[in-house]
Design a protein around this ligand. Structure first.
Ligand code: SF4
Length: 374
């Protein structure tokens, strides 16, 4: 059985088994409900969901819904953070009634990485500038630090009375208490948009990597348990596939810096990582021409559909040329390097111009949440 560990680095080998073992439903039957499906939805990168239909219904009927996610401020924005950010921004764009709640998970960064709140505070502004540069609409977004949002902390305290050590152990395995606490805080983040002072119960979508499902299951269990008190909707989720590490084998992870690159890296540094990446290529040119490459195990291939391909035809072209032995890994990497450099140069320009806005969004959100928190 694939073990889903939100704090680990292992990859998932068989996504279809997540349906039978954890009850994650496929996105594919719902694709026709989207007027303009995102690249992630079209390409099957967003492969799984729970109760996504609630969000699609809210979009169709112009009803309010929230998109809730966050970032652990333990360093620069990574490609995995970009994956989630792309989904947040897409689901925000589907309706003017959508509100994004973006948590700076500084409690988790303290529990998991030992980073002080002072350290993570500086990182947070840069992380927020990154998501703004990727396209987040600040007029429909609230960004807050977990440690400063007392509602989240209070809910974690309430929830702590409703769970036992055995329940947490069944979901997460044997972990230190700090990680269990941060999981309860995350449940507070996920359910907070449904509190009365923030508009009351409503559908909430959480876009996450498949490895984060334990947090979704815990939040849904808690929503059911506290339904009579709060009237919570069980949170909905959309799950994306985990990108392969450039070093091969594992999922890309901030814990393994060489496994990917960040949006802080210079185009030259990122290009170096891509050039030296593991590939699904064969041992010799002759073999590759005869047998074709293996995009299913190739992290260079992942860069195209996950992030940098110009359109769907481009993805299909890379896949076709790879599997038919038309393209060799050297030229494939060269093309990927060009796309990565182009993206990073533009992203750096945009982010630098948005640093001030990022600080202002944090302050504006804090003031708003303080005003509603009385
Ligand atoms: Fe990967 Fe490209 Fe080589 Fe195919 S040709 S195995 S996609 S690097």
């Amino acid at each position: 059985m694939d073990k889903l560990d939100p704090w680990g680095t292992s990859s998932i080998k068989d996504y279809s088994r997540l349906q039978t073992e954890f009850g994650i439903e496929p996105v594919a039957p719902l694709v026709s409900r989207f007027k303009k499906p995102s690249p992630h939805v079209r390409r099957g990168i967003d492969f799984g969901q729970r109760d996504l239909v609630r969000i699609l219904d809210a979009v169709d009927h112009n009803k309010p819904y929230a998109v809730m996610s966050g970032i652990k401020p333990d360093g620069a924005f990574h490609l995995g953070n970009k994956m989630t950010a792309d989904d947040i921004i897409y689901f925000q764009s589907l309706s003017k009634k959508a509100m994004v709640y973006y948590a700076i998970a500084d409690v988790e960064a303290y529990a998991d990485n030992g980073l002080s709140f002072a350290e993570t505070s500086k990182t947070a502004v840069r992380n927020v500038a990154d998501i703004l540069a990727l396209g987040l609409d600040p007029d429909h977004a609230l960004v807050y630090k977990q440690s400063e949002e007392m509602r989240v902390m209070r809910m974690a305290t309430v929830f702590s009375k409703g769970v036992t050590n055995n329940m947490l152990k069944a979901i997460y395995g044997e972990r230190q208490i700090g990680l269990y606490l941060s999981a309860l805080v995350q449940a507070g983040d996920i359910l907070m948009p449904q509190l009365p002072e923030l508009g009351g119960p409503k559908p909430v979508l959480v876009p996450v990597g498949a490895d984060q499902d334990p947090h979704i299951r815990l939040s849904r269990d808690l929503a059911a348990k506290y339904d009579s008190e709060f009237g919570f909707f069980p949170p909905s989720a959309i799950y994306h596939r985990l990108e392969l590490a450039l070093t091969g084998g594992y999922k890309m992870s901030k814990r393994l810096p060489e496994s990917g690159f960040t949006l802080d890296d210079s185009p030259t540094e990122a290009a170096k990582r891509v050039r030296s990446a593991f590939t699904g290529g064969r041992d010799t040119v002759e073999e590759q021409r005869r047998l074709g490459g293996r995009p299913q195990i190739c992290p260079v291939y992942d860069l195209y559909p996950f992030h940098f391909a110009k359109d769907d035809e481009h993805v299909e072209k890379v896949y076709h040329e790879c599997t038919k032995g038309i393209r060799l890994c050297g030229e494939c990497k060269l093309e990927a390097v060009g796309l990565v450099k182009e993206f990073l140069e533009e992203h750096h320009r945009r982010r630098e111009s948005l640093m001030k806005d990022a600080g202002e969004l944090l302050t504006k959100s804090r003031n708003y949440l303080l005003a509603t928190g009385k």
